[in-house]
Each structure stands twice: as structure tokens, then as C-alpha cells.
Design a protein around this ligand. Structure first.
Ligand code: OGA
Ligand code: MN
Length: 298
């Protein structure tokens, strides 16, 4: 049986059915999934029974998996191996986290519009998030299409943003939420990195904005003008017509293209309900400047 593809949002989000990702896939099915992924940017695979290993195995079809976690303490008491980002509101003992825990403060940043790992020199290519426990109210994930948003820019704006380089850092996005207590080792490990503000997606040839709340500076602009341009682009990309809301069911695997989409988590009562998800992120092939032959600023 071949896989089925049903678009939720034209050229942006599709549901993939008639596939069991816990089993080795036929080359034809892998190919069909890849083609759909490059076309849409967000794929939803409902009703999957994924072990950690089958989750990793599927992700590896798209490239090497990121193994470095941002917070040192995430490695200290891992519920999951280092191939996983723990996207839950649980502590190392599997209990709902403390109200003032560092983990909780840090993960508040997932509610800002962002794309995963743009703050790494070699950024994230795609992420695969699997739900095991969902909450009855809220806790949706919203996605925004940065390709459609680029296409809709005025000719003047396209000219203004083309070739611009932004500096991304995890500390920049966390500063926006009020979180600042990175330890010196964490800060040193993750200095600001340059990324193009407009990039080309090789598989589709489409141009995309590459905006994220990890941006803290735009090269060649003063701090006020850079922030104003960031806010203007953020407001543009996250307009309703570019946004899709995913309402989680247990055992959904959702994968998104970090190169051309943004996402954010939405509120839920995290001191009352357990929401448990795990994420694997695949690395992109190179820094965005390198990919487009733009000299990487020092
Ligand atoms: C992520 C993320 C948002 C959410 O897993 O990268 O940002 O809704 N998640 O949990
Ligand atoms: Mn994320």
C-alpha cells in the first residue's frame, strides 16, 4: 500500500497516512515522504507507535541528528538520551516541574516564534516532535510559512532584506522572555552566529525568510533599526494567512522544515496537566551564509 497525502493547508501542511514509521520503509515510501516534505514544510503522521530508536531511525533519513543540548543541566538528569530534546513539563524524576525551576523558565522561550537551532552556526534542518501525552486544553503548536511570507513581501521589502545577515543567539531569545541565568560555560558554548535573513531552499528552489526570535542584531544596522526590522518581519510572517495550528493528539509525529518555517508553543496549565513530547532535530548541511556563497562575517 502506498502512503496517502492529504493537504491541510495548500503548499504548507499535509497529513501522511497509511504508513507505519516504526517499521523499515520501502524506498518508494521514503522518497514520497521526502518529496512531500520539500513541498509542504510541515508533515503530520498520526497514530504512530514510535520507540526512541524508531524515532531516531526515521529522523536519520534526513541527515545527522543534533546531539548537543543547550542547557548543561539537561544532560545532568536525562529522562531521554542526548539525541532528544525533552519537550515536556516533567523533571528528571518524571514529576511535573517546580514553578521556579530553571527548566520551566528556559522552556518558556518555546512560546516565542522561532525556528530550532538557528542559533547554532550549523543550524537545524528539520525537527521531528512526537507526542506521548497531550493536555485537554491548550498546548497547541502553531506553525508559520516563511516561504509564502517572503513571496508576499512588497518588491521594496524584498530588496531591503535580500543579502542581510542577522545574528542569532539562544541568549537573545531567552532575554526576550526574561530568562538570563545561563552559566558561563553555556554562554561560551553558544555565542551569536550569523545567518542570512533570506535563504533559498535547495530542494524546491523557493526563497524563504529566515526570521526567529533568536535574532538579536542585524548586521549593518544600529540596535533600534535592527530590532524594528525584526519586529516588522515577525509581524508579517505570523499573519493568519501564513499560520497553521496543530492540535495535538497522542502519538502524533509532526515534522517541520526549520529552514523555512517558524513555530511556537501555546499556553496550557503546566502546573496541573502533564504534556509529554520528545523531539529529534536534524542538522542542516552548513551555515546559511556558506550555503549561498556569502562571505561569513568574522
Ligand atoms: C519544539 C518546540 C513547541 C511546543 O519542540 O521545538 O518549540 O508546542 N515546541 O512544545
Ligand atoms: Mn522549537
Amino acid at each position: 500500500m502506498t502512503i496517502s497525502i492529504n493537504a491541510y493547508a495548500p503548499d504548507f501542511v499535509a497529513e501522511i497516512g497509511d504508513v507505519d514509521l516504526s517499521q523499515p520503509l520501502a524506498p518508494m515510501d521514503i522518497d514520497a515522504i521526502k518529496q512531500a516534505f520539500w513541498k509542504y514544510g510541515v508533515l503530520v503522521f498520526p497514530e504512530q507507535q514510535l520507540s526512541p530508536q524508531s524515532h531516531i531511525d526515521f529522523a536519520q533519513q534526513f541527515g545527522p541528528i543534533e546531539m548537543d543540548r543547550v542547557l548543561a543541566m539537561e544532560n545532568a538528569a536525562p529522562r531521554l538520551g542526548s539525541a532528544f530534546a525533552d519537550i515536556s513539563n516533567l523533571n528528571g524524576e518524571g514529576k511535573i516541574w517546580d514553578k521556579d525551576s530553571r527548566q520551566r523558565m528556559y522552556k518558556e522561550g518555546n512560546k516565542l516564534w522561532h525556528t530550532d537551532s538557528s542559533f547554532k552556526y550549523q543550524p537545524g534542518l528539520c525537527s521531528l516532535l512526537y507526542s506521548t501525552k497531550v493536555v485537554p486544553i491548550g498546548g497547541h503548536t502553531e506553525f508559520a510559512d516563511q516561504r509564502a511570507a517572503f513571496d508576499a513581501l512588497s518588491p521594496e521589502m524584498k530588496t531591503q532584506v535580500r543579502g542581510l545577515i542577522a545574528l542569532h543567539a539562544i541568549e537573545y531569545s531567552r532575554r526576550r522572555t526574561g530568562f538570563s541565568n545561563f552559566d558561563p560555560e553555556e554562554s561560551k558554548r553558544l555565542p551569536p552566529v550569523p545567518q542570512l535573513l533570506v535563504r533559498t531552499i535547495p530542494e524546491s528552489g523557493r526563497k524563504s525568510l529566515y526570521v526567529a526570535s533568536h535574532i538579536g542584531e542585524i548586521q549593518g544596522m544600529n540596535a533600534i533599526d535592527g530590532e524594528a526590522l525584526f519586529q516588522k518581519l515577525l509581524a508579517h510572517v505570523t499573519q493568519r494567512q501564513f499560520v497553521h495550528v496543530h492540535r495535538w493528539r497522542p502519538n502524533d509525529l509532526v515534522m517541520w522544515d526549520n529552514r523555512c518555517t517558524m513555530h511556537r508553543g501555546t499556553d496550557f496549565d503546566d502546573m496541573r496537566f502533564v504534556r509529554d513530547m520528545r523531539r529529534v532535530t536534524v542538522s542542516d548541511v552548513a551555515n546559511t551564509c556558506e550555503q549561498e556563497g556569502v562571505a561569513v562575517p568574522a
